[in-house]
Write a protein that binds this ligand. Structure first.
Ligand code: ATP
Ligand code: ATP
Ligand code: MG
Ligand code: MG
Lengths: 252, 252
């Protein structure tokens, strides 16, 4: 059955979307069947994949009677990599469903049938802890928390960690997590200071792989490509492949 | 009467909080009386100023009968610079007030009395277009949209610009805006490509001042200082002072 990974951090701009895409694509390169789920109304994952607002999203799946998730999931240009896109209707999802007692299970329930046909489901979430992120946490059995080695990002890790703890207790479910350092600047003293702080607070949760700041990553997104296709020798391409290996060893 | 500036972008991590703090502090350095409003439940502005969750926030102001805004506004360690902090109760603000027909005026109405005693009110907002950002837009007469010269940030500018347009029409209010390039990397080809795109779409809205990527800024936040106090010769310190001048010329 598929491993379901939620990629979460309420701090903005820490490479959640970038990690969902490039870690997911790297697992696919290793022959795993991977479904990426864009569960953010900003639809950044969908945009970076070159999709438009005309694509169907999880909202359409939920609100179209008798629609099958297979009609909404799309192939990407990459072998073994599929995506469940987001579109502007995703903004309505929270508004229309927040009052349901079971609103946190909406995503999990729809993903059930897919867990038999893929190896990984990786969920992108918005920079906040609310409807969308809570749905992702409930659907997941593992959480990756990307963070930069900067004061405010490191400070934000505690909040998502707290949410994970609450979900584990109240829903009596297993939910482990790991922290991924992103956009690392090896030459930054401030970066080293904050990395130390991260290790002090979360020692065994910090992944060995770090993704360094790499202009090739920004260039790849302008081209709507995964960085491994844009420039497979670039540091971030190699590091996301390395991350896929590390995750495989941890979860399988 | 005070000029009210909302600092908004639904893209995460584009230096909204950093701009509210450092542009606000720079205006204060020039002798203006400046109130910073932390209207984000993440409370990053308050945290960077060294404040804790024990401080009163806008929520306390609204929900404590007969409380005056002067009891909630705090001096900062900087001359001419005050802050209305955020705390974790701010998460309740949206939940408890979204159903009010006039919810978008909550912030504006509370700020009225303060507009006579300061020169600038600068509002920090979360990376989303919803309750908090809409309140900030309704209270403001000017919007600064910080953005990086990166594919997803530039893409996000259109959304806040759209929200501004809608508010101007539906509320028949004047609301102008300008775009501030942040964390600029002069050596990045991708950055130059995206800067061109920004100019193509928003030519006359892009501010002349750009804030470059500067490790001193990250260090200053670890120290809970404005960058001008931490290292006044640093590029970002000089650029935020320059920005304050440019804004003064535009708005006064
Ligand atoms: N390794 C890297 N090197 C350089 N730039 C990067 C790297 N990883 C991500 N970026 C850039 O940083 C920006 C933020 O990344 P991304 O949008 O993935 O973050 P996010 O956490 O999903 O943001 P949000 O909170 O807005 O959803 C993007 O412009 C992206 O291209
Ligand atoms: N000029 C700069 N040079 C280097 N780092 C910067 C600069 N400006 C901001 N930063 C860093 O970038 C990160 C993001 O900045 P900031 O938190 O202000 O963005 P934001 O848009 O408010 O994020 P969010 O969407 O999470 O509210 C912070 O760690 C900050 O220290
Ligand atoms: Mg994202
Ligand atoms: Mg912020």
């Amino acid at each position: 059955e598929a491993r379901v990974i939620a990629v979460c951090n309420r701090k903005g701009g820490v490479a959640k979307t970038t990690t969902v895409l490039n870690m997911g694509a790297s697992l696919a390169v290793y022959g795993k069947r991977v479904l990426l789920v864009d569960f953010d109304m900003q639809a950044n994952l969908s945009i970076v994949l070159g999709l438009t607002n005309r694509e169907k999203s999880f909202y359409d799946l939920l609100h179209t009677p008798d629609s099958a998730i297979s009609e909404v999931v799309k192939k990407t240009r990459y072998k073994n990599l599929w995506v469940l896109p987001s579109n502007s209707k995703m903004a309505l999802l929270a508004k229309q469903n927040l009052n349901r007692k079971d609103f946190v299970y909406l995503l999990r329930d729809q993903l059930e049938s897919l867990k038999k046909v893929v190896d990984y489901i990786i969920i992108d979430t918005p920079p906040s802890i609310e409807f969308y992120t809570l749905n992702a946490l409930m659907a997941a059995d593992f959480v990756i928390i990307p963070t930069q080695c900067e004061f405010l990002s490191v400070h934000g890790v505690a909040h998502i960690e707290e949410a994970i703890k609450v979900i584990k207790e109240r829903k009596d479910k297993s939910l482990d997590y790991a922290i991924l350092v992103t956009m690392a600047d090896k030459n930054s003293t401030a970066g080293h200071v904050m990395y130390k702080k991260l290790l002090e607070q979360y020692a065994d949760k910090v992944l060995a792989t770090q993704i360094e700041h790499d202009v090739k990553m920004q260039e790849s997104q302008i081209m709507n490509l995964i960085v491994a296709q844009y420039d497979k020798k670039s540091p971030s391409a190699r590091q996301y492949l390395q991350l896929a290996e590390e995750i495989e060893k941890m979860l399988v």
